[in-house]
Design a protein around this ligand. Structure first.
Ligand code: SAM
Length: 104
């Protein structure tokens, strides 16, 4: 993990396979304000969109914290809802018809 700080913002940059991130996230003692889920196509790269990952992300989300993702795939939406997020479909951008946003 690499920590970068500028002004009053700290950025933790982690490089690893997502299968290791899930365990890593479960051990963290921080609260995240905003997630951006951007792990390539859910149909082609399901490991980046697993139920376990979203559960761990939800646990680390501050009350009122938000997420956004370019995808509106049904299984991703269900995993996010099951993890505890309130999920909304929005008009997408670029070539995407719909996208998901949500909050805790
Ligand atoms: C669409 S790109 C994200 C781009 C990034 N949001 C940006 O704006 O620069 C998808 C990212 O998912 C990462 N990725 C895909 N499969 C992964 C995996 N199994 N473990 C960790 N990272 C993975 C890729 O390395 C890539 O950086």
């Amino acid at each position: 993990m690499r920590l970068v700080s500028f002004d009053n913002v700290s950025l933790a940059i982690c490089y690893d396979d997502i299968s290791n991130y899930s365990d890593f996230l479960a051990k963290q003692n921080v609260l995240i304000d905003t997630w951006f889920f951007d792990g390539f196509s859910p149909a082609k790269n399901p490991d980046m969109w697993s139920a376990c990952l979203f559960k761990n992300c939800f646990k680390l989300t501050a009350h009122g914290g938000r997420f956004a993702t370019f995808t509106a795939a049904g299984f991703v939406r269900r995993h996010l809802i099951n993890a505890g997020f309130t999920v909304q479909k929005r008009k997408g951008f670029g070539l995407k018809r719909e996208m998901l946003v949500g909050y805790k």
